[in-house]
Write a protein that binds this ligand. Structure first.
Ligand code: 4AD
Ligand code: MG
Length: 463
């Protein structure tokens, strides 16, 4: 059977052409002389309207089966649609039913469902308009990410998911073990005897591919990762996942300035590509989810991001009359409410905050001459807060060793990472973009669990 995707028919189908489509019934409208069936195959937000004439063989029987959710193939002739709402429709000649969906039990009937309810039926929710649009945008965005880096000569590298090192040094890692958890072997000191475990030592799911990306940047100059990362932080918020995808470019011969410039160019490129690839979906988000989606995209593409140092950001936060829940003081980390105030209310656009205090940032960030701050940068987005975190890396062996020890990490664990500073070290920089936070930002979706097909969060690992 030669079939055509519905998107193609809607865009370029012409009257009198014959066509066969396959998809799922969204709605059925029975009139006296005709029945209209809206069919969707996921290629677009819009459905194809199929017109059934009572003269069709087995008309009454087929009609009974065409309930919401039923999977069908329809062959027929395209006709110009006399009614408003669509340019073209399909006049059916044959209808084949693959599988029915019982209207008494199929949960996705024609009405608005809450996102909370849809999360409980994660295996079916992708068939709704909103989740459909989200996952098409997610796909377009992933594709644009590769295009951006590939067209600039960056090598896509695959960093490991299982690792022995804690990149962020924050201790938020999931253990990976094949030990029998009901009979864990113990050392003499009553600790877990990892020498008997699969890898002979503790292993974890990675929180970031950065350390390995740095290894590869020291051979290929410009590289990027795009893969799943894991954080065992018990954060039950609308912006945190336990498993999320991260994009991490790493550039040799690059400083903080170059890092920020690339990140800004990157975000502009992604918004532009998605608007081009998914105009209907983006229009839908603007109409139904958040009416600032298109204005935000326009703002990102056409305006420069704001850039302020952490020290200036703290001064701005101290100056405002706005009451915050968490204290604002030089040396304390910015909380989400502070980040959002800066991006959403004060500057009304993405803000790049640089030069954070050394105490609140990871060990690998380059120590500045003042010895109080590091060459770090976070990009804060309206409504989301931190969307990108990056830095120039510490390329000086002695300074790096010092930082690792000061943070209470074990120098020996990082021997290969330190070797990069022993052999042919260069200034280098990179950043990490939280892919789901980006999709959230683009679409205006309120909860990060609704922009990834199968969200993993505390107490949530179904489907
Ligand atoms: O700021 P983070 O922790 O930076 C790193 O992991 C660096 N190694 C990146 C690098 O320089 N190569 O995380 C980067 C981004 C954050 O800005 C945020 O967008 C996202 O990852 N992120 C999360 N997204 C969803 N759920 C979580 N629990 C997240 N934690 C971080
Ligand atoms: Mg961060």
């Amino acid at each position: 059977m030669v079939t055509t995707r519905i998107l193609e028919i809607l865009r370029t189908g012409q009257p009198d052409e014959s066509a066969t489509i396959q998809g799922w019934v969204r709605t059925k409208r029975e009139l006296k002389d005709f029945t209209f069936v809206e069919v969707n195959d996921g290629s677009s937000m819009a459905n194809l309207q199929v017109v059934l004439d009572p003269v069709l063989p087995d008309y009454a029987d087929v009609l009974k089966q065409l309930n919401t959710g039923t999977s069908i193939a329809v062959s027929g002739i395209l006709v110009a649609s006399p009614a408003k709402g669509q340019r073209i429709e399909l006049k059916a000649q044959t209808v084949e039913v693959y599988g029915e969906a019982d209207p008494q039990t199929y949960p996705l009937q024609k009405k608005r469902h809450s996102f909370e309810f849809l999360r409980e039926i994660g295996h079916l929710r992708s068939r709704t308009n909103t989740l459909g649009a989200v996952f098409r945008v997610r796909n377009a965005c992933a594709n644009a990410i590769h295009q951006f880096f590939q067209s600039r000569g960056f090598l896509w590298i695959h960093t490991p998911i299982i690792t022995a090192s804690d990149c962020e040094g924050a201790g938020e890692m999931f253990h990976v073990t094949s030990l029998n958890l009901t009979d864990v072997p113990l050392t003499e000191a009553k600790g877990v005897d990892y020498s008997q475990d699969f890898f002979g030592k503790p292993a974890y799911l990675t929180v970031s591919g950065q350390l390995e990306a740095e290894v590869m940047a020291m051979a290929f100059s410009n590289v990027y990762t795009f893969g799943p990362t894991f954080r065992a932080e018990n954060s039950n918020t609308s912006r945190h996942l336990a498993e999320f995808w991260m994009v991490e470019p790493e550039m040799a011969f690059c400083d903080l300035q170059g890092d920020m410039d690339l990140a800004e160019e990157f975000l502009k490129y992604l918004f532009k590509s998605v608007l081009e690839q998914c105009p209907e979906d983006m229009e839908f988000f603007n109409q139904r989810i958040d009416n600032s989606v298109l204005a935000t995209a326009d703002n990102i593409i056409n305006n420069q991001f704001e850039r302020v140092t952490y020290t200036d950001a703290i001064a701005l936060l101290e100056k405002t009359n706005k009451k915050f829940e968490y204290p604002v003081k030089w040396g304390l980390d910015l909380q989400s409410e502070h980040e959002r105030y800066l991006a959403e209310e004060l500057f009304k656009k993405p803000v790049i905050v640089t030069d954070y205090p050394v105490e609140i940032k990871a060990f690998y960030m380059r120590l500045s001459d003042d010895e109080k701050t590091v060459a770090a940068m976070d990009i804060l987005a309206p409504k989301i807060g931190e969307i990108i975190g990056g830095s120039q890396r510490e390329e000086r062996l002695d300074v790096l060793e010092n930082r690792i020890q000061k943070q209470g990490l074990n120098l020996a664990d990082y021997w290969w990472y330190l070797d990069l500073r022993r052999y042919g070290t260069v200034p280098h920089a990179g950043f990490g973009l939280g892919f789901e936070r980006l999709v959230q930002f683009m679409t205006g979706m309120g909860n990060i669990r609704d922009v990834i097909p199968f969200p993993r969060a505390p107490l949530s690992v179904d489907f």
